[in-house]
Design a protein around this ligand. Structure first.
Ligand code: NAI
Ligand code: MG
Length: 359
């Protein structure tokens, strides 16, 4: 008997609740197949929480997350709340929850499914075998450093400061090495050590931490070169670790290799195994409530939760294999279908994946 894992479920707005509903079916099937036990509890978050509780992140929602082993999140936002002041915007809840839960790293896999290679703007032969993860530092660097403005004889001058300390670098780098150990044991650390002092510190820490992971093949790549290599030889990367701004840009670039936002999962992690898992896409208000959204990004986020928080690699593999099998069999939601008339809906896609899961 395995212990019961508690999962806080925050559906959010728009297509959030519908894609999360399909992910819950996958959890149930995992219990049946593998004997793992999950206790799920839903809570209000985002626009719906603003409407019912007057805040995007109610205290009871945060308390539930803090008392859970992991959080599964749908998406938040929508035109209804777009003109609200910042404190009453759904997206403010997103920043608040990451901060309150100490989630300092953001992990985005970019996997190219062979049968969807035509969805990318790159040539299929370049994409062949691409399956990488970008690990981005999320709470430090130039986005959080001191900012200022001053008047000079050349007009206004603006200053952003990039600050990193060893502790901040070490915790994310260790996480990336740990992830590399669960995959093909290759890690690319991306920096700009030829120019930036923060990057030189970054590289020193990476080299020091690497001594604890002798099995991992480490490569240092300058960020400008990495931007090129991602387009030239994407399949040669496995785990990429980098600081906040570089990771922001490179993870978007890597995401586009796969061609479809409805397919991309993500994890945000802190110290320890706790994590928040969500699709990369937003609440898609344009298609919300129509039952046509693609639930695969959220379902793959559950697989990521199994790998990174629970260590249930067998169940994660089962989900990933099921997604691949369903796509290989030609089933598509509207966003990834060439022939839209044959597209299946959200529910049907969820059911197909659940049916394809095997022990
Ligand atoms: P979006 O990702 O919601 O939608 C962009 C386009 O992709 C739309 O045409 C949408 O229909 C389509 N799309 C997205 N996910 C899909 C799926 N699973 N299946 C099929 N089609 C899908 O981004 P957009 O339109 O810029 O933002 C909409 C709202 O979502 C905004 O309020 C924004 O602030 C919020 N947002 C929330 C995020 C989050 O909760 N983490 C992330 C990004 C945006
Ligand atoms: Mg970005």
């Amino acid at each position: 008997m395995s212990e019961v894992k508690k999962i806080a479920v925050l559906g959010g707005d728009g297509i959030g609740p519908e894609v999360v509903g399909e992910a819950l079916k996958v959890l149930k099937k995992t219990e049946e197949l593998f004997g793992y036990k999950f206790e799920t509890e839903q809570a209000l978050f985002g626009g719906i929480a603003i409407d019912e509780k007057g805040t995007p992140l109610p205290q009871e929602t945060l308390d539930l997350c803090l008392a859970s082993d992991a959080v599964l999140l749908g998406a938040v936002g929508g035109p209804k709340w777009d003109s609200n002041p910042a404190a009453l915007r759904p997206e403010t809840g997103l920043l608040g929850i990451r901060k309150a839960l100490g989630l300092f790293s953001n992990i985005r896999p970019a996997t190219v499914f062979d049968c969807l290679k035509d969805a990318s703007t790159l040539k299929p032969e370049v994409l062949e075998g691409t399956d990488l993860i970008v690990v981005r530092e999320l709470t430090g660097g130039i986005y959080f450093g001191e900012k200022s403005r001053r008047d000079t004889e050349n007009g206004q001058e603006a200053i952003d400061t990039c600050v990193y300390n060893e502790k901040e670098v070490e915790r994310i780098v260790r996480q990336a090495f740990d992830i590399a150990m669960t995959r093909s044991k290759r890690l690319a650390s991306v920096d700009k050590a030829n120019v930036l002092e923060t990057s030189r510190l970054w590289r020193e820490v990476v080299i020091r931490v690497a001594a604890d992971y002798p099995e991992v093949e480490l490569e240092h790549v300058l960020v400008d070169n990495c931007a090129m290599q991602l387009l030239r030889r994407p399949a040669s990367f496995d785990v990429i670790v980098t600081e906040n701004m570089f990771g922001d840009i490179l993870s978007d670039e890597a995401a586009m290799l796969t061609g479809s936002i409805g397919m991309l999962s993500s994890a945000s992690l802190g110290e320890g195994s706790f994590g928040l898992y969500e699709p990369v896409h937003g609440s898609a208000p344009d298609i919300a409530g129509q039952g046509i959204s693609n639930p695969i990004a959220t379902i793959l986020s559950v697989a990521l939760m199994f790998r990174l928080t629970f260590g249930y690699h067998d169940a994660a593999q089962s989900i990933e294999d099921a997604v691949k099998a369903v796509l290989d069999a030609g089933h598509r939601t509207g966003d990834i279908a060439v022939d839209k008339s044959s597209a299946v809906g959200t529910n049907a896609m969820g059911d197909l994946i659940v049916a394809a899961m095997k022990k």
